[in-house]
Design a protein around this ligand. Structure first.
Ligand SMILES: [Zn+2]
Length: 313
């Protein structure tokens, strides 16, 4: 009899123990689900901070005072951070922006254990610098000087001009192989290789009129197809418009006599306006503009209006 009572009690305490362990185990499982959720939200808030810093830095190029607004818009509206948990601060003379982004994550199962929510947060810093290396330039170069932004400039010469590269050069360059075929491709799509500050590039001799015309017309068509049927203008276009091209700038050669190569001394953005002339003397006109592109950057260099951004934190 005594033994039976004992066994019964034993069974009772075992089931209490099992029940208690189940609560603990389920609690851990619940916590694991919630921690997983919080981890996923942490990743999204890191993405939000990064995207916001890059967008804000890009805006610093065009309108520094609007940088923080743009950053916050990217963090909150486009990437789901909480509006009251985002800050954006500009520093380093409008050349850097730091974004803090946060998001409150409400727990599901873990509420049973008394945990209501957790705030996940992230910080990102992006900087702006002058482009010192990039892919995608057109095979036309301009002398390095301070260009008045927005004023009309003849990028490819129809006739040789005193003071530009020597006779036989019309500002065309051959970053890859020389010749009309590659020149035409680079006019249309940009040169795919990397060109850096200080690189020495062969000049492309001859007027290249036909390939230049093909290249400019190709870009005008692309703009009408992809931007708007009426075409973009220099004061109304997106940074993705195919009429906005990247142009290497060359250091003044020691002598203008038979120039065969130029040394790259900067990069600029140029909005193609038109290609005129016929036969062997086409000219390309357009305007130098302030813009943003992908490329290697240098924060200390005073460039020529073409900037890049990158994350540093
Ligand atoms: Zn366009």
């Amino acid at each position: 009899m005594r033994a039976r009572v004992f066994l019964k009690d034993e069974a009772g305490s075992v089931s209490i123990l099992v029940a208690a362990m189940l609560v603990v185990l389920l609690g851990f499982a619940a916590l694991a689900v919630d921690i997983g959720l919080a981890t996923a939200e942490k990743r999204s808030v890191v993405t939000a901070a990064d995207a916001a810093a890059l967008a804000g830095a890009q805006e610093l190029v065009f309108n520094p005072s609007a940088g923080p607004v743009k950053a916050i818009e990217y963090a909150v509206q486009k990437n789901g951070a909480d509006a009251d948990k985002v800050t954006a601060v500009v520093s380093e003379g409008n050349k850097a922006i730091t974004v803090q982004a946060g998001k409150e994550v409400n727990y599901g199962f873990a509420r049973v254990l008394g945990f209501e929510s957790v705030t996940v947060s992230a910080q990102a810093k992006a900087i702006v610098g002058s482009i010192v290396g990039m892919r995608g330039v057109v095979p036309l170069a301009a002398p390095e000087t301070d260009y008045q932004q927005g004023s009309l400039y003849e990028l490819k010469l129809g006739q040789w001009k005193q003071g530009e590269l020597g006779p036989g050069n019309f500002n065309a360059i051959a970053p890859g192989k020389p010749g009309a075929s590659d020149y035409r491709t680079y006019m249309q799509q940009g040169y795919p290789g990397m060109i850096r500050f200080g690189d020495v590039i062969d000049t492309e001799s001859g007027n290249m009129s036909g390939p230049t015309k093909d290249g400019v017309e190709y870009r005008i068509d692309l703009c009408r197809q992809n931007c708007n049927p009426g075409g973009c203008t220099w004061d109304n276009h997106s940074i993705h418009c195919p009429l906005l091209v990247y142009v290497p700038l060359y250091a003044p050669p020691d002598s203008l006599n038979k120039v065969k190569e130029v040394t790259i001394a900067g990069f600029a953005a140029f909005f193609l306006e038109n290609e005129t002339g016929n036969g062997s003397s086409s000219t390309v006109k357009g305007r130098f503009l302030r813009s943003v592109a992908f490329g290697e950057i240098n924060q200390d260099l005073n460039g020529h209006g073409l900037y890049g951004v990158k994350l540093v934190e």
